[in-house]
Design a protein around this ligand. Structure first.
Ligand SMILES: CC(C)(COP(=O)(O)OP(=O)(O)OC[C@H]1O[C@@H](n2cnc3c(N)ncnc32)[C@H](O)[C@@H]1OP(=O)(O)O)[C@@H](O)C(=O)NCCC(=O)NCCS
Length: 154
């Protein structure tokens, strides 16, 4: 049985936990100001966290809802809690909530070498739609553009 719950991030105080996961996960982590701006942008921006029973935040997902599209901007799980289904729970929740507010399709970008994330997204029905050459830095790498159509069918 899952030992975490997925819920919207509402408190600026919880941004610190997200920043720690960012630091441990990405070579170009988003900053505190970027997350505080996301929290302010309530119209389009949606932030979700996976929280353990003891209250600790172990994963998060940041996305935008634009017209009928869900743009997944960031998703990460704290290294010690990976391979336990946290990202799958977050994505399931985010796609379901996106569908409820009118999204029909979802998109994201992923580093070509990020096998873990690519397998995760493939499992959720995302498929390759394009490549942005040298999109990422540190190290320089192509971004794969993935789309998942027909969100309401899941
Ligand atoms: C990618 C990431 C979010 C996966 O989180 P997670 O909680 O470990 O993933 P889950 O346990 O929910 O795994 C769900 C599925 O994803 C795939 N997957 C996850 N980690 C994997 C890995 N290391 N290798 C291969 N497949 C993997 C598998 O298909 C897995 O299903 P399975 O466990 O039944 O095989 C996590 O590794 C992470 O935070 N990475 C750094 C940040 C990042 O790359 N984010 C994505 C940016 S686009």
């Amino acid at each position: 049985m899952a030992t975490w719950t997925v819920e919207p991030l509402t408190s600026p105080a919880d941004v610190e936990a997200i920043l720690a996961i960012e630091e441990a996960s990405f070579t170009h982590p988003w900053t505190r100001d970027m997350y505080l701006a996301e929290l302010e942008n309530r119209g389009a921006s949606h932030l979700y966290v996976a929280r353990k029973a003891d209250g600790r935040i172990v994963g998060f997902c940041a996305c935008w809802h634009i017209l009928d599209e869900l743009h997944i901007n960031n998703l990460a799980v704290t290294p010690a809690e990976r391979r336990a289904g946290v990202a799958a729970a977050l994505l399931t929740h985010v796609l379901a909530e996106g569908t409820k507010i009118g999204a029909c399709r979802a998109t994201l970008e992923v580093r070509q070498s990020n096998e873990a994330a690519r397998q995760l997204y493939e499992k959720f029905g995302f498929s390759l739609a394009g490549v942005r050459p040298a999109y990422y830095t540190n190290p320089v790498e192509d971004a794969l553009i993935l789309w998942r159509e027909d969100l309401a069918d899941s």
